[in-house]
Design a protein around this ligand. Sequence first.
Ligand SMILES: C[S@@+](CC[C@H](N)C(=O)[O-])C[C@H]1O[C@@H](n2cnc3c(N)ncnc32)[C@H](O)[C@@H]1O
Length: 207
Amino acid sequence: VKGKPARETLLAALERFERESRVDGAGGKRAIDLGCGEGRDTAELVARGWRVLALDGHPEGIARTLERLGPEARGRVEARVARFEDLADGSWKAGEGEGVEDGGWDGGWELVNASFALPFCAPERFGAVWRWVVGAITPGGRFCGQLFGDRDEWATIADRTHHRRGELDGLFAGFVLEELREEEKDSPEVSGRVKHWHVFHVVARKM
Ligand SMILES: C[S@@+](CC[C@H](N)C(=O)[O-])C[C@H]1O[C@@H](n2cnc3c(N)ncnc32)[C@H](O)[C@@H]1O
């Protein structure tokens, strides 16, 4: 996916923030890009003035994310190797990568973006990870990204997390679901192999 543009769910969330035209703090709003990959969404966030904590379990993802940002952009990004499963214990702070001097992360984040990422979380850890995600978002802030449905072809893989449509209401109990698009189709994955996709594309605002 190298060099691809930002995901539609992120663009939709950003548009909503921009329409609200809430007054930014001096340093701009704060976002987490969970499973940032090679930084397609992180780059968009920084270009729009956000400060970003970019996390990925793969060191190459973090290296590529940093590589694609210019020096000024790098000053607004903390990029660390971290697994979703380890978010709650704060160990991401010690992960390989590069940090800004004071990320100001203690006050929480206005946005958690997780594009095609959280389904790769171990299912037995998903509940705790999700509670952390919900707790990390400030009231009025948003979650955007994808969750995979139970009819997705990868649902049979033991270490993946998939959801039935009905489960989403529980996950987003403290949110207004601003956009929820359920997509089911046969189309190629990155390798070119055709796969059955069942995906929920979500933008949600925390109450
Ligand atoms: C399908 S890619 C999505 C990348 C990017 N967000 C995008 O939309 O193109 C999933 C990303 O999640 C990361 N990942 C998978 N399992 C993870 C885990 N348990 N903890 C942290 N990152 C993980 C992978 O390294 C990969 O970069």
